[in-house]
Design a binder for this molecule. Structure first.
Ligand code: HPA
Length: 240
């Protein structure tokens, strides 16, 4: 069913959707990783494509930046387009001495500075976690792809304010053994749970917030390729 934000028809999306933040990245993924990709949404430039990877239907659609944005698009994909699995494929800033730039972080849990959890009117603090099935499949794929040494799994922080990430705040979350900061996973995980569906956040570490290191554009490309192979193999393994 088309919505105000998504003009696709029912059946236009595959069961599994990969979600980068950037619409141009969605286009790049469709053109370089999928076969026979066709554009299924372009409302507000939030490009969505459906094609196949190794013969299995897979979609890719941008989420935009931040939790209100991914919350809208993921809600609609889960509730109005019969999507079962959303795998976010983004970037993050490491806040952990054991997680260097170029590596890949999977958010087993997503803590947050956002009040988005309060939208669910729960009598306590909800723990936003990924789908265990997706995580298990992703780790099996990491093993097969010989990527296990550079994939870190743990708690991440979904932040609401990119420019509000002060050194003190970074130190506090780092001291709680969090791995990295990004801006979307907690809302995605909560939407998936409320819909009875599945979500996973996989991120390339593009910056290190403890030592200031960051990737060049060429290096970003390489890290991005590892993450994409992992996400696509995970999507395909869900069909087996
Ligand atoms: N904060 C939030 N999101 C990010 C960052 C960051 O430092 N780096 C890449 N994505």
């Amino acid at each position: 069913m088309a919505t105000a934000h998504n003009s696709a028809a029912k059946g236009d999306f595959a069961k599994t959707v990969l979600m980068p933040g950037d619409p141009k990245r969605a286009k790049y993924i469709a053109e370089h990783f999928l076969e026979n990709a066709r554009l299924v949404n372009d409302v507000r430039g939030i490009q969505g494509y459906t094609g196949t990877y190794k013969g299995i239907p897979v979609s890719v659609m941008a989420s935009g930046m931040g939790m209100p944005s991914i919350a809208i698009y993921s809600y609609e994909l889960y509730h109005f387009f019969d999507v079962e699995n959303i795998i976010r494929v983004g970037s993050c800033g490491s806040i952990n001495g054991d997680v260097p730039v170029r590596d890949v972080v999977i958010g087993m849990g997503a803590s947050t500075t956002s009040r988005i959890v309060h939208q669910y009117h729960l009598n306590g603090d909800y723990s936003a976690i990924c789908s265990y099935n997706l995580l298990e499949k992703a780790m099996q794929c990491a093993d097969t792809l010989a990527l296990k040494d550079k994939v870190h799994v743990g708690n991440i922080l979904s932040s609401d304010a990119f420019y509000g990430e002060t050194p003190e705040m970074i130190q506090q979350w780092s001291a709680m053994s969090l791995l990295a900061i990004e801006m979307e996973a907690a809302a995605l995980y909560m939407n998936a749970a409320a819909a009875g569906k599945h979500a996973l956040c996989i991120c390339t570490v593009s910056d290190h917030l403890l030592n200031g290191e960051h990737l060049s554009s060429v290096e970003r490309e390489q890290g991005f390729t590892d993450m994409m192979r992992l996400a696509l193999e995970t999507a395909v393994s869900l069909e087996k």
